[in-house]
Ligand binder design. Structure first.
Ligand code: PHE
Length: 346
């Protein structure tokens, strides 16, 4: 018995050496350890041995079986490894190749400026409000003192939304300015107030280097007791000086907007020529910047604020104008063009 087992084991070892694939290894497993395998048959024949031999024979068989199983397993592992290596070498992978860089986008120049504007006004205690880009005719016009038959409507040619009616407030329009947020905020929060509202606005414009149908404004409004234009001047000097990191001067000129009284335009000193006169400021030393004025009592009252107790002012400026001034951009249409050669510069 012992010799027979020895023989089987030796034969198995020889067979094992010849095995080249996992399939061949499986056959070998069947040949020795399968249901009709050589070792299995020996195990089965133990029952025919005389009783005194059974124990030794059993032990020996089990040892042989274990040792064979161990060999088979070791061989399987090494075969698996070489199969994997063969596969890897077929799928050649050059570890010295430079990696594929993922292109990361960045924040659009206008959004960058908006963040700065929000930050500076935030530091001065202003809350940032949002308003809908599609608004009702009421908020865009009537609610801020521009009735339907008022000639001031011609200042802002409008895109109306066909067949869409807001049940409370007439037709819907693409807002022509951020001023509707004035009426919405007054209505919602009452006085006192200190807000800005940046956002996108739309006008039916004849397009050229300084006119676009879609552009961005920032509205500002301060309402409290005893507020004057002096506060507006101080606020804008502070804001512009922080934004441009330079001492900026401002001046008022009379201007007309139905929702303010008195109304005015604010210019700031040209930063390119320090007021000496250049192409950008059309040789005046001043850059037209924004509309502003003391909030009209009708606007306060329409939103439920007592205009004998509270006064305030509002302003609205174009964000593109700011970016154009800072970076020397000469065509407003570039902002919405989607031209990456432009966008990647900022
Ligand atoms: N909404 C005005 C415009 O777009 C600007 C403005 C805002 C003027 C607030 C006065 C007060 O032209």
């Amino acid at each position: 018995m012992k010799q027979e087992l020895q023989k089987i084991l030796e034969q198995a070892k020889k067979d094992l050496k010849k095995v080249k694939t996992l399939d061949e290894l499986k056959d070998l497993d069947v040949k020795y350890l399968g249901r009709k395998g050589l070792l299995t048959e020996k195990l089965r024949s133990i029952k025919d041995l005389p009783n005194e031999e059974k124990k030794d024979a059993g032990q020996l068989l089990n040892q042989t079986k274990k040792s064979l199983e161990h060999d088979l397993e070791a061989r399987a592992k090494s075969l698996e490894k070489s199969v994997l290596e063969a596969q890897l070498s077929k799928e050649f992978f050059d570890t010295t190749l430079p990696g594929e860089t993922k292109k990361i986008g960045h924040i659009h120049v206008l959004a960058q400026i908006q963040e700065e504007v929000e930050k500076i006004f935030g530091q001065m205690g202003y809350a940032v409000m949002d308003g809908p880009e599609i608004d009702s005719e009421y908020y865009n016009f009537e609610g801020i003192n521009i009735p339907a038959d008022h000639p001031a409507r011609d200042m802002q040619d409008t895109f109306f939304i066909k067949d869409k009616h807001d049940p409370d407030h007439q037709r819907l329009v693409l807002r022509t300015h951020t001023s509707p947020v004035q009426a919405r905020t007054i209505e919602k929060y009452g006085a006192p107030l200190r807000i800005i509202s940046p956002g996108r606005v739309f006008r039916n414009e004849a397009l050229d280097a300084s006119h676009e149908h879609t552009f961005h404004q920032t509205e500002g409004m301060l309402i409290d007791k005893n507020i004057s234009l002096g506060h507006l001047k101080g606020t804008m000097i502070e804001f512009l000086s922080r934004l441009f990191n330079k001492d900026v001067e401002v001046r008022f000129r009379p201007g007309y907007f139905p929702f303010v009284e008195p109304g005015l335009e604010l210019d700031f000193s040209c930063l390119l020529c320090q007021g000496k006169g250049c192409r950008v400021c059309k040789h005046t030393g001043w850059v037209e910047f924004m509309g502003a004025g003391m909030t009209h009592p009708n606007v306060l009252e329409a939103g439920g604020i007592d205009s004998t107790e509270y006064t305030g002012w509002a302003f609205g400026f174009g964000m593109e104008r700011l970016a154009m001034m800072r970076y020397g951009i000469t065509d407003i249409r570039l902002f919405n063009s989607g031209d990456l050669r432009f966008i990647r510069q900022f």
